[in-house]
Design a protein around this ligand. Structure first.
Ligand code: ATP
Ligand code: FE2
Length: 335
């Protein structure tokens, strides 16, 4: 039995490959259910991913409502429906928004449009001791260094082209590895014996991964796959750590939070840990289930926004494929 007088929010995530729905209260995740789209060949196809989400939305929502019922909750306990409004793949976002609207109307509760990037940050602050960190958010489509300043999460540095995860996945596909490539690259890199020189691309506070990924593919003609995987990781992660460290120096903040699917990488965690130790600042890594895309993070940011009455009408609930984190006023901030 869930005993709580605070808000209870149902959240739906489905910006790309993962469809996930959860119900949370302010203390914890009450229930979560996930259906993952795995492309049979190649990378993520937006329309196929959205068809996957459409096929699985019914069962996923039914599952969390039934599990919630087993925990003593009924649909009348749900105070609002939150959904990832963007950024993400248009067809996937539209499918999720449609389900969220239908739920909001049928349960007669408000609708909350959540920024997916900020949800990655807030679930990290919820599930670690991080208070006011510099955030390194690294996923498939996104790579950003952010920090809170004057009612926004400001982007201090970001990729100039593709996200690091997509760069890894693209390289891995070319090397004949199955999607998603990131975990396979990490595994292969462990057996490397030498470093292969590759580009290191940091421009001001921004970085770029497209050229690095292409150069790594070319290097496969003359070098071992394991060595190229290792070198790709070393360069890409050093670029991220350099910019994160400069954001720390600039903002004067004394903690770093890692988020996003690529954050699961042990080598990236190790490099960030070394940098934070050398500077005498704290480093926070959430549990793995809260790093990749998950419904709980959408429900939790929904809960923070619910407390501020940040609701949207059906008319305002359109998909926002290019929704930037710094477009959202952070009304719920408590440092
Ligand atoms: P977003 O919408 O925020 O861009 P996403 O849809 O890409 O998110 P995430 O779960 O945040 O989903 O990240 C998935 C990415 O993480 C994939 O590109 C995958 O290859 C990468 N990844 C997962 N595990 C690892 C790992 N251990 N090392 C490197 N990359 C990883
Ligand atoms: Fe994500």
């Amino acid at each position: 039995m869930v005993s709580n007088s605070g808000p209870i929010i149902l959240g739906i995530e489905g910006t790309a490959w993962n469809l996930s729905a959860a119900i949370v209260d302010e203390n914890d995740v009450i229930v979560e259910s996930t259906a993952t789209y795995k492309p049979p060949v190649g990378g993520i196809h937006p329309r196929e991913a959205s068809q996957h989400h459409a096929d699985h939305l019914g069962p996923v929502i039914t599952k969390i409502l039934s599990d919630a019922h087993d925990r003593g909750l009924t649909t009348s306990d749900i105070d609002a429906i939150a959904f990832s409004q963007g950024p993400g793949l248009g067809p996937c976002l539209r499918t999720v928004a449609t389900a969220a609207r239908a739920l909001s109307l049928s349960l007669n509760v408000p609708l909350i449009g959540v920024n997916h990037c900020i949800a990655h940050i807030e679930v990290g602050r919820w599930k670690t001791d991080a208070m006011d960190p510099v955030v390194l958010y690294v996923s498939g489509a996104n790579s950003q260094v952010l920090a809170y300043r004057k009612e926004r999460y400001r982007v201090f540095g970001e990729t100039l082209d593709i996200g690091i995860g997509n760069a890894f996945d693209k390289f891995a596909r070319g090397a004949g590895l199955q999607h998603p490539g990131g975990p396979k690259i990490e595994e292969l890199a462990r057996s490397a014996t030498s470093y292969v020189p590759l580009p290191y691309i940091v421009k001001g506070m921004d970085f770029s991964f497209s050229g690095l990924s292409t150069a790594a593919s070319v290097a496969l003609q003359t070098s071992l796959l394991e060595d190229v995987c290792f070198s790709l990781q070393e360069n890409a992660f050093a670029m991220l750590v350099e910019v994160t460290e400069r954001a720390v120096a600039h903002t004067g903040k004394d903690e770093v939070l890692l988020g996003g699917g690529v954050g699961a990488n042990q080598r990236l965690q190790e490099m960030l840990d070394i940098m934070c130790n050398e500077r005498g600042i704290r480093f926070h890594v959430p549990e793995r289930r809260f790093m990749g895309d998950n419904g709980s993070m959408i429900a939790y940011l929904g809960l923070l926004m619910y407390r501020q009455n940040t609701f949207i009408s059906i008319k305002e609930s359109y998909a926002m494929p290019n929704y930037r984190p710094d477009d959202t006023p952070v009304t719920w901030w408590q440092g």
